[in-house]
Design a protein around this ligand. Structure first.
Ligand code: SAM
Ligand code: SF4
Length: 345
């Protein structure tokens, strides 16, 4: 009963305090929470699902994030870098297939000079599509140059807002710098995407509630929230990994707190649960990111296991599979660039 009141308050006022968020994250039967998120999603962002074509252009990484298969010290994976021309070709393929946003993602690979990235962005922008970058922490100046070249959005998950846990899992990195990056991106006029990894060892519901309060406070434009999936040859390989239901509660609460933002049903959710995309779309999500890269490289971008089957066209995140899935849910495929609608501001 109390929980019903909380859900109603969230649905109408889009604001609750931390203790109340924790109560909802602990719900035994979250169906009413999911239904409220679905109503708010329909009311604010409609039935469109926006497709963001993902190009994973390099799997080299200087960082050592404990959860990620691409971490620098992992010598067991074969590394690759796509040529600028290959990246542009993939973007052209995506644009020709009707995609309105391309996401360029990589490890933190210093090999690509900002100048080179700017030229790639300028070429892609000629296709009249939005460009999202997901290439990690950079200086204010570098972010400014990439913006000037035409980048529209940036994805940089905070991963966890618990400083102690953040420092434990990210040797050599700093929580303050992560936040500085997000503030810079906002200041420079990017649409800012962030989010959490759910199920990190030591993470509590209180910490996840803090993540949601942080997202509301910084007024994130996009939230990518997915389960942590343990990856071999990383320090966390023997950990348990994230729980699908908690991820869905985080998606639903994100939608209720920030009703007009873009929320993907993440690939990790679909890898963890065969029905992950569908469940995500029913709990507030309105974005999916099909992988439009080159098959030979997709297999090497191994953040976690199960991402790419032997035959990449059978991948859950292939463009064809995703289009079919969206239509099967009586949802529509977004035809515009899918910026945040900013209905409340
Ligand atoms: N290097 C950039 C960065 O870290 O922001 C972009 C690429 S990174 C691979 C993209 C996201 O992958 C990270 O933000 C992290 O949350 C997610 N990721 C990494 N390892 C993962 C794992 N084992 N399970 C689930 N997601 C993972
Ligand atoms: Fe590198 Fe990003 Fe993986 Fe961290 S999450 S190791 S920065 S690719």
């Amino acid at each position: 009963k109390d929980n019903d009141v909380l859900i109603e308050k969230l649905e109408t006022q889009h604001d609750i305090d931390k203790e109340e968020v924790v109560m909802l994250l602990a719900l035994k039967d979250p169906s009413k929470l999911y239904q409220a998120a679905d109503r708010v999603r329909r009311k604010y962002v409609g039935d469109d699902v926006h497709l963001r074509g993902l190009i994973e252009f390099s799997n080299y990484c200087n960082n050592t994030c404990f959860y990620c298969g691409l971490r620098g010290p992992n010598r067991t994976i074969k590394r690759y870098r796509m040529e600028p021309e290959e990246i542009i070709q993939c973007a052209k393929y995506g644009a020709a297939a009707g995609l309105k946003t391309i996401v360029l993602q990589s490890g933190e690979d210093k090999y690509f000079k900002i100048n080179t990235l700017c030229k790639i962005i300028e070429e892609i922008k000629k296709l009249d599509i939005a460009v999202t970058l997901s290439i990690g922490e950079l200086s204010t100046k570098d972010y400014a140059e990439l913006k000037k070249a035409g980048a529209d959005r940036y994805l940089l998950r905070i991963e966890t807002t618990n400083k102690e846990l953040y420092q434990k899992l990210h040797p050599g990195m700093s929580y303050e710098n992560r936040v500085r990056c997000l503030m810079d991106l906002r200041e420079l006029g990017y649409e800012v995407g962030t989010g959490s990894l759910v199920g990190l060892p030591g993470q509590t519901l209180e910490m996840l509630a803090d993540d949601l309060i942080f997202f509301k406070k910084i007024d994130a434009d996009m939230l990518g929230i997915g389960p942590f999936i343990p990856c071999e040859n990383t320090p966390l390989e023997r950990e348990k990994g994230g729980n699908v239901e908690i991820v869905l509660k985080m998606l639903a609460l994100s939608r209720l707190l920030l009703p007009d933002i873009n929320i993907p049903a993440t690939t990790a959710l679909a890898v963890k649960d065969k029905a992950g995309y569908i469940k995500g779309l029913k709990c507030g999500a309105n974005v999916i990111m099909p992988n439009i890269g080159i098959d030979e490289y997709k297999k090497l971008y191994k953040l976690y296991p199960g991402k790419v089957p032997d035959n990449p066209s059978e991948a859950v995140n292939s463009l064809e599979n995703i289009k079919k899935l969206i239509l099967s849910q009586n949802r529509t495929i977004g035809k515009d660039k899918g910026y945040r609608k900013k209905i409340l501001n």
